[in-house]
Design a protein around this ligand. Sequence first.
Ligand code: OAD
Length: 250
Amino acid sequence: MEFQVDQLRSARHVVVFSGAGISAESGIPTFRDALTGLWENFAPAALATAQAFRNDPALVWGWYEWRRAKVLGAQPNAAHRAIAALARRVPMLTVVTQNVDDLLERAGCCDVLHLHGSLSSPRCFACARPYTFSADPLDEPQGGRRIEPPRCRHCNGKVRPGVVWFGESLPDDVWRKAVSAAKDCDVLLSIGTSGLVQPAAEIPRIALQHGAQVLHINLQSEPVKGDREFSLAGRAAEVLPRLVEEVFAE
Ligand code: OAD
């Protein structure tokens, strides 16, 4: 069965659940893309842990500074903008993202729930106080380098990225708001995510269990079950603007 755009047009509350695929067309590599340069021999999941930071802080900090430079140099794409446009059209829209970039906000989305934190909010690894960057990182086309993390201005501890690493809990308030939106919505759009990382991957399932229609948008078509789950294959920056245009076309 095909997703009916009427379901989106008449929705009271839409949840957008996004992953790295939505930012791919802005030039931000996804987590499961092959990497080049210094990062070629590292799986992102092996860099995204507290233990990796303890073992080699300069490697891990350098990896996140490389990603931060990519985001600073990137622009929101048509998929980010389509979500901001949809938010202006439906009575209520909640954006839940696993992404640590700010491209949704820069496209005009408000109150984005960042389940995995943000590249722009580092904090001290020792005392957890927030740290303010003193400079933008250099974009290094060759693929980044090791960089010693800065020191906390209060306790001289090493500064860590403000993201959620594997083995860490999600920010409690953000998670609670995301679950409550998933339970409340009538349509959830799951965009550009492999759905492999828990507990984030539960969000579309929670929406389904609570009666919502769930539409997956991914490069490849996703396996779906039942008559409320749908899949549209294609690039987010093409599929989403088309879908949102149809919502606006009365
Ligand atoms: P992944 O890299 O696991 O998956 C990206 C998904 O986007 C894949 O399913 C691709 O097929 C799809 N994709 C790629 N380009 C696309 C495009 N142009 N349009 C539509 N879809 C596209 O990224 P996430 O699912 O976000 O966690 O990964 C989840 C979490 O795992 C991340 O937040 C991060 C990572 O390790 C932490 O760092 C804790």
